[in-house]
Each structure stands twice: as structure tokens, then as C-alpha cells.
Design a protein around this ligand. Structure first.
Ligand SMILES: Cc1cc2nc3c(=O)[nH]c(=O)nc-3n(C[C@H](O)[C@H](O)[C@H](O)COP(=O)(O)O)c2cc1C
Length: 361
């Protein structure tokens, strides 16, 4: 195997999670699961194809944790009813049959929901710059409900046979919006200082840990960027980032998924280390790096992108900045991404185009 890509193909053990290699499928919403939101056979085949193609860890599309305020559109899978759990079991079995592992991403859309709730009554933005509906500020009963919904969803994920859960704490959705000083202006113990703003997300991690038991792997995904603000900086410096990632570890997270739009970009101006690298160093936990692997443009910059050499991402593993690399858009037209890269045939990868999202292939 060419030396440049070797680090992608080393096995990895994280607690109870045995991974055949360092490649993950990034969670990608596909909106092809209408009511009653039971994962379909087409979804099982779609994920199984990526496992067969050599992705060691599949992370599913964001999956709504309840039918109250968690959902944004009516075409996203859920993880609530017995029928939905059976549908997910079918997906899990299909991935396992191909030798892959699979985590479900647990998603509450918060300010972006169809009937939005949020830390404060401050609306999110649409791509055209107009405001979305103003969310209702969450009261104590909402905090209890959302915390409990994450915990129940995680419990049900374990029941469905998932190898891990990923808590979606990124991109401006409910947990991330608590961290954000723009979205969270509460005057109670959940707002104000950074310590207060991280309180609710940490309570959710603890509730999930209590629900799934001590050995079940929990991944936490966080980001600086938001779907309505690519320049946001929840973590302005290593000190704040350190507080956050150490608190996540203490709350029970096993693996941190650091969502950046370019995996190789430095975390801050005047830093030569990536956000994943800083996170790994400050938390002592394994990390997943993601963003622009084998594609030429950051997410949101272009509908279609050219294919590029994934060697810089492999170098992140080698240099100790990341343990796993997640691949998003490049996996849509290339279920066999890993097989091609293994033989250095990355030039044969099919370029991503947003049109490919129309079909679940
Ligand atoms: C179509 C699409 C859907 C996405 N859906 C989700 C999602 O459900 N949850 C999430 O955390 N990120 C989501 N993302 C972000 C990706 O997980 C990933 O972080 C991003 O695409 C950057 O990786 P890439 O450059 O390899 O595509 C989505 C991205 C795309 C392109």
C-alpha cells in the first residue's frame, strides 16, 4: 500500500468500540425518510454499500430524537417508536454484515425546528439573510424534556444494535446554541459565562451516559461554524476549548468529532495546529477530524467540487492530530472511496455534485 495512505488503514480500539480502520462516514442528512420515519431498505443498502467499500465507522444522517420540537422537515428518520427501532436494526444488521461499525447521530434542531425552541427567543437566519421563526425560550420543563429525549433515544439506539451514539452538538442546533453567546442570552444558570453556557450540553451527555451504561461508546460532535454563520467562534482560544473538551470527557464522552469545514486548517489565526489537534491534546480523548477531504472546496462554497489528493488527511493521523478521518461529500458518489484510495487511485474518484443528493445510491 502506498505509504501516504497507510495511516487510514490501521485498526483502532476505543473502549468497547473496535474499528477496522480510521475512516468514518460523516453524518449527512438525506431527507428520504417520510412519515412514519422508519428507516427504509434503501437506506440500509446505502449505508451497507459504504461499509462494503471499506469505511470502518458509518455515522448515520442526523436522526430526530422526538416528534415534539426536535424535527425540522418531515422527511428525516426518527428513533422513537418500535417500528423505527426495527427499521434501524435492519440498517445496523446490513452494515455489520459488511464488516462495518455504525453509530447513529442524535439530532434536535432547536432554533431551526419546524416549531422552534431554543435557549433564548432569538431566531436563526435563512441562507437568504431573512429570519426564521422566532423560537420559544426553553423553560425548566423543556430542559427536562430535551435531556430526557436524548437519553431515551440513546437507550433505543443501543437496543437497535448500534455500536455507538453520536450526540449532534454542532452547527447551531439545540446544544450548540446553548454555547453560543449570540443565541444564548439567558440570565439563569444556563446563560452568561462560558461555564454556564456549557451546562445544558453537559447535562445531556451525563443523561445519555446514565441511560446507556458505562461501557457504551458516546461520540460528541461540536463545531465553531453554524449553518447560518460560517465565521462563528464558540471557542475563541485554547483556554475555552480546553474547559469545554475536558468537561465533555468528565461528563462521559469517549470520542470527540470536531466538525470543521477544512480538516487541515489551523484552529485560529497564529496557530499552526488544527481544531482536532488542539482538542486531542487538551482533552486526552481520541478525535475525528473532518472537512474537505479529497474535495477542493469547503462545504457551502460550491455545489460541485473537484477531486483532490486525500494525503493531507492521512498525514493528520500520522502526526497525531487525529485518530479518525470522516469523509462527507466525497462518499456520496464514491461508496468505494476507501478501496480506490488504498491503491492510490484517488484520481478515479467521481467528483461530488449536489445533484447526486437527489437519489439515495
Ligand atoms: C448533504 C449534507 C448533509 C449533511 N448533514 C449533516 C448532518 O445530518 N449532521 C451533521 O452533523 N453534519 C451534516 N453535514 C456536514 C457533514 O457531516 C460534514 O461535516 C461536511 O460535509 C464537511 O465534510 P466534507 O467536506 O467531507 O463534505 C452534512 C453535509 C452535507 C453535504
Amino acid at each position: 500500500m502506498p505509504h501516504r495512505y497507510e495511516s487510514f488503514f490501521q485498526p483502532l480500539q476505543i473502549g468497547a468500540l473496535s474499528l477496522p480502520n480510521r475512516l468514518a462516514m460523516a453524518p449527512m442528512t438525506r431527507r428520504q425518510c417520510p412519515a412514519p420515519h422508519v428507516p427504509t431498505d434503501a437506506m440500509a443498502a446505502y449505508y451497507a454499500r459504504r461499509a462494503a467499500g471499506g469505511v470502518g465507522l458509518i455515522i448515520t444522517e442526523g436522526t430526530h430524537i422526538d416528534s415534539l420540537h426536535a424535527w425540522d422537515t418531515d422527511t428525516v428518520p426518527r428513533i422513537e417508536t418500535d417500528a423505527q427501532i426495527d427499521g434501524w436494526r435492519n440498517v445496523v444488521d446490513a452494515v455489520h454484515a459488511e464488516g462495518g461499525r455504525i453509530a447513529v447521530q442524535l439530532w434536535h434542531t432547536g432554533r431551526h425546528a419546524a416549531d422552534p425552541i431554543a435557549p433564548s427567543a432569538i431566531p436563526a437566519m435563512r441562507a437568504d439573510g431573512t429570519h426564521k421563526a422566532t423560537p420559544r425560550e426553553m423553560g425548566p420543563a423543556d430542559l427536562d424534556q430535551v435531556r430526557d429525549a436524548f437519553a431515551r433515544a440513546a437507550e433505543r439506539a443501543r437496543e437497535a444494535g448500534f455500536d455507538a451514539v453520536e450526540i449532534h452538538g454542532a452547527h447551531g442546533y439545540i446544544l450548540d446554541s446553548f454555547l453560543s453567546p449570540e443565541a444564548n442570552v439567558r440570565r439563569d444558570p444556563y446563560g452568561g459565562s462560558f461555564e454556564n453556557r456549557m451546562r445544558f450540553p453537559l447535562e445531556v451527555v451525563r443523561a445519555v451516559r446514565a441511560a446507556v451504561g458505562s461501557n457504551y461508546p458516546i461520540i460528541y460532535r461540536f463545531s465553531q461554524w453554524k449553518v447560518d454563520d460560517y465565521t462563528a467562534l464558540n471557542f475563541p482560544d485554547p483556554e475555552i476549548l480546553g474547559m469545554w473538551v475536558r468537561a465533555l470527557r468528565e461528563a462521559g464522552a469517549d470520542l470527540l468529532h470536531v466538525s470543521t469545514r477544512d480538516a487541515t486548517e489551523p484552529a485560529w489565526d497564529h496557530s499552526d495546529t488544527t481544531l482536532a489537534g488542539w482538542t486531542r491534546e487538551l482533552s486526552g480523548l481520541p478525535v475525528i477530524a473532518v472537512g474537505r477531504v479529497s474535495t477542493s472546496a469547503s462545504m457551502g462554497e460550491a455545489r460541485s467540487v473537484e477531486t483532490t489528493d486525500p494525503a493531507p488527511a492521512a498525514a493528520l493521523i500520522k502526526s497525531g492530530e487525529a485518530d479518525l478521518i470522516a469523509i462527507g461529500r466525497a462518499l456520496i458518489p464514491n461508496p468505494d472511496w476507501a478501496q480506490k484510495v488504498r491503491t492510490a487511485a484517488w484520481r478515479d474518484l467521481v467528483p461530488y455534485d449536489a445533484k447526486q443528493l437527489e437519489a439515495l445510491e
